[in-house]
Design a binder for this molecule. Structure first.
Ligand code: FEO
Length: 172
């Protein structure tokens, strides 16, 4: 069955939001890189790669449902940060925004009883839960340990160990 037009438009817009997320996290990585915090930079480069994966999953889903995605312009993220905590707080706010956006897509799919899209979005709902926890943990860690140079050094080393794994869903 063909995808409902409203649902497919929302998924298309979600692709743009995921690509914007990738852009935003690269901006955070650049900030930390310039500060000499290569572990934080690494963490956000990988986060950016995961966001591109999210966009790719949605693109593939549209294509598999005979919808040609429209790649829209990606907005420029804000490049100024007041301190090392600011990007972490902006990340949590952004993920909360993305969670709401996924929920809205889900709502649109549910309205037309599009169970297949709902199943796809189940994966994103779970992923958003994890991302919000990660974003909150990074804020908590920074507030607890980031004001002490040795604490910050250890946090940076911990984030250096994050490795990229390609994101896939069971639906694909
Ligand atoms: Fe793809 Fe971080 O949401």
């Amino acid at each position: 069955m063909a995808l409902d037009t409203h649902v497919s438009e929302m998924l298309n817009t979600q692709i743009n939001k995921e690509l914007y997320s990738a852009y935003l996290y690269l901006t955070f990585a650049d900030y930390y890189d310039a500060r000499g915090l290569k572990g934080f930079a690494n963490w956000y480069v990988i986060q950016s790669q995961e966001e591109v994966d999210h966009a790719r999953i949605l693109r593939r889903y549209l294509l598999d449902n005979e919808v040609t995605p429209k790649m829209e312009a990606i907005a420029q993220p804000d490049l100024t940060f007041s301190d090392d905590l600011a990007p972490l707080k902006a990340a949590l706010e952004h993920e909360q925004f993305i969670t709401r956006s996924i929920e809205e897509c889900y709502g649109a799919a549910r309205e037309v009883l599009d169970l297949r899209t709902m199943k796809l979005l189940d994966w994103f709902v779970e992923e958003q839960g994890e991302e919000e926890v990660n974003a909150q943990d990074m804020i908590t860690n920074m507030e607890l340990f980031g004001t002490d140079p040795m604490g910050l050094y250890n946090l940076d080393r911990e984030y250096q160990s994050r490795a990229y794994t390609q994101q896939t869903t069971l639906v694909m």
